[in-house]
Design a protein around this ligand. Structure first.
Ligand code: C2G
Length: 131
């Protein structure tokens, strides 16, 4: 039973997020998503459109996702990996190298980001549409 762990805000859920989750799940058997709490998004300088509970509910509806846990601080990854016995930490490659310090307790895999879609692109495009 290979356990995968990934982190993110997953706001305005889009196909780039889904592709990441799909590929992460394909690396193992059980996918845990540590979802950024609203308080942590403030630390990240992000203002999510959907509050945590709604973002959590949407992720739980995705076939690739087996468990959603909260992410409150940057530094919880090591504890999470040990607590949930994660074999692989998976992140999009915009994080390339950033979590290599965790390679002593799990594999770390950076997957290519999906081009052409992002939460900020959605917001920008909507702001510039004469709806
Ligand atoms: N992602 C992707 N392709 C996109 C957009 C996002 O592959 N077009 C990936 C990101 O690389 C990340 C995941 O989807 O692995 C979630 O993206 P965000 O919600 O933007 O997460 P982020 O703000 O990067 O939070 O502690 C780590 C942070 O919580 C990561």
């Amino acid at each position: 039973m290979k356990r995968i762990l990934t982190y993110g805000t997953f706001d305005l859920l889009h196909w780039g997020h889904i592709r990441l989750l799909k590929r992460a799940k394909e690396l193992g058997d059980y996918l845990i998503v540590a979802l950024s709490a609203d308080e942590f998004n403030e630390i990240k300088g992000k203002k999510a459109y959907h509050p945590y509970e709604e973002r959590k509910m949407m992720l739980e509806a995705i076939r690739y996702v087996d468990l959603v846990i909260p992410e409150y601080v940057w530094e919880q990854k090591r504890v999470d990996i040990l607590k949930y016995q994660a074999d692989i930490l998976v992140m999009g490659d915009d994080w390339e190298g950033k979590f290599d310090d965790l390679r002593d307790i799990c594999e770390v895999v950076y997957l290519p980001r999906t081009e052409g879609i992002s939460t900020s692109k959605i917001k920008h495009d909507l702001e510039n549409t004469d709806l």
